[in-house]
Design a protein around this ligand. Structure first.
Ligand code: ATP
Ligand code: MG
Length: 543
């Protein structure tokens, strides 16, 4: 068989297995717990699980790990499906751990019959205390030597609701002296009187993740169970369950490094807190690293997937610079976004020697000449950006200043003659003279100016709101600093602006490069157009 070149260590393992005939068809699974929204870290796991299956002509299942009924909700199940579809992945089948509760229960009974599991009456605290440490072996449970018959009866009683939460657990009999603490007679079933979002009140015992997961992988025909590094120490237990429950299909667990991104909060617990404490405007707030947040911000799925491809699959944890992610988003829109002009904190400019109006042409996207040009109007009054006029300009200020020349992009060179201030000292309006011989495209005046600024025609503008974002987390000042100490309390800035009618007329969701400003998305709602920052114009990524 001809093997595809491996791009990472997981593919090397798969190639090796394919070459010796150990596997034939690859099947992976993406295993979210439906207890929150997916974030950018999950995108990496999605790309690895779906990407690996795709590469080898195999399949990937969507597997909901719903063994923890108290935190799970159908709302999250629906959101997770939507996020995966947005990334353009298609699962083969959808399975839930709860679909397998009966099978898992029967395999647990089988373990008891084989003398490999026992019901333990120790409390959670006692079990923890008796578990020992890395240097000290654990202490055997006094209940370990119950007879098979007694264990079967007690386990059935557990299932029949005869005990309170935590009163009894089922534990695997492995090795209390194992150097791997996960192997020290781990709990595999617990009593929990909670209503499950799918099975309702049918069960009051639930399998633990470490027991359920390998069984579910096996029953789904998963060949490679790809997960993050924190499960590495659980692999011996994973293999123990596969071997000792006697399931016929034997999946293999392989661990890869988690994705961490600088300035991004990535723990569900914190993300939830941000939403609940109204620090952000919901799970889909454009500042959130959730997939719904990134999508709402205007991040294209394609850019996210390219990012995941480029960072690759590693065996050691690391932190990726957020600028590296931004780079792919910017690159996408630089190629694809139409250009437009929007002036933030606008200043009115009156061109005293100009009468009437005319049409000038501008490229829709200079990277896509095939899209051609569009028309813009120019007239006696235009707006310029608040940052493009200075009352006391510093040296080398080549924008608009008294007695200076500047080009209005795509139109004329103007000279600033004077300005009028408001009572509070702010600029009310600026007066200019235009130089007719300098019209863009037909300028042979020989006049050279150092600055070109953008503008919006005073006859064709719409007031709008601009939302600009900083990161939710400030840079880490020292390693290990807690998220709560790093919160950026000023991560959203709202700015008054004027946009071209072209922008105001665009459909909600349309994304633009606002010249000299950045990439912005037109949001829905609001009584005036809202333009929300996707990513800044400048690439600050340093490799
Ligand atoms: P969190 O810690 O944010 O709650 P989780 O690991 O509990 O995340 P799950 O729903 O259990 O979230 O994750 C589903 C899959 O996504 C798991 O296989 C997990 O390993 C993977 N995953 C989660 N976070 C990351 C990440 N930052 N990088 C890569 N994979 C991740
Ligand atoms: Mg988890």
């Amino acid at each position: 068989m001809e093997l595809k070149p491996a791009n990472n260590f997981i593919e090397e393992i798969i190639n090796e297995e394919l070459s010796v005939g150990k596997v034939e068809k690859i099947r992976t699974r993406f295993p979210p717990e439906p207890n929150g929204f997916l974030h950018i870290g999950h995108a990496k796991s999605l790309c690895i699980n779906f990407g690996t299956a795709q590469k080898y002509g195999g399949k990937c299942n969507l597997f909901f790990d719903d063994t923890n009924p108290s935190k799970e909700k159908d709302e999250y199940v629906q959101a997770i499906k939507e996020d995966i579809r947005w990334l353009g992945f298609e699962w083969d089948t959808i399975n839930y751990a709860s679909d397998f509760f009966q099978d898992i229960y029967e395999l647990a009974v089988g373990l008891i019959k084989a003398g490999k599991a026992f019901v333990c009456d120790l409390t959670a605290d006692e079990i923890r205390e008796n578990r020992g440490t890395l240097t000290r072996p654990g202490v055997e449970s006094p209940y370990k030597n119950r007879s098979v018959e007694e264990n079967l009866q007690l386990f059935e009683n557990m299932k029949n609701g005869m005990y309170a939460d935590g009163e009894k657990v089922l534990r695997a009999k492995i090795d209390m002296a194992s150097p791997n603490i996960n192997m020290r007679d781990p709990v595999i079933y617990r009593v929990l009187h909670a209503t499950h979002h799918r099975t309702g009140d049918k069960w009051c015992i639930y399998p633990m993740y470490d027991f359920a997961h390998p069984i579910c992988d096996s029953l789904q025909g998963v060949t490679h169970s790809l997960c993050t590094l924190e499960f590495e120490d659980h692999r011996p237990l994973y293999n123990w369950v596969v071997e000792n429950t006697g399931v016929s299909h034997k999946p293999r667990q392989i661990e890869f490094a988690r994705l961490n991104v600088t300035n991004y909060v990535m723990s569900k617990r914190y993300l939830k807190k941000l939403v609940e404490e109204k620090f952000v405007d919901g799970w889909d707030d454009p500042r959130m690293p959730t997939l719904t947040g990134l999508r709402n911000r205007g991040v294209p799925a394609e850019a996210l997937k390219r990012f995941c491809e480029e960072i690759g699959v590693a065996k050691a944890n690391s932190e990726i610079q957020v600028e590296y992610f931004d780079h792919f988003v910017r690159d996408y829109y630089n190629q694809n976004a139409p250009r437009a002009m929007v002036c933030f904190n606008p200043i009115k400019v009156i061109i005293d020697n100009y009468e009437g109006s005319e049409t000038v042409l501008t490229d829709i996207n200079p990277n896509k000449p095939e899209l051609g040009q569009r028309e813009m109007t120019f007239s006696k009054t235009v707006f310029i950006d608040g940052e493009d006029f200075s009352l006391c300009p510093p040296p080398k200020y080549f924008r608009m200043k008294k007695d200076g020349l500047v080009r209005l992009k795509g139109a004329y060179v103007v000279r600033c003659d004077d300005y009028v201030l408001n009572e509070d000292g702010s600029v009310k309006e600026v007066h200019c003279t235009y130089l007719p011989e300098t019209r863009s495209g037909s300028d042979n005046s020989g006049i050279k100016v150092k600055g070109t600024i953008h503008w919006v025609d005073g006859q064709n503008f719409v007031p709008c709101q601009v939302n600009k974002y900083g990161h939710l987390l400030n840079d880490a000042e020292y390693a290990g600093q807690d998220f709560s100490e790093r919160m950026n309390l000023n991560s959203k800035t709202v700015i008054d602006a004027v946009c071209e009618r072209y922008v105001a007329d665009a459909a909600d969701g349309e994304c633009f490069q606002l010249l000299r400003k950045g990439y912005y998305k037109k949001m829905s709602g609001g009584d005036k157009p809202v333009l929300s920052e996707i990513v800044s114009l400048k690439d600050s990524f340093k490799a």
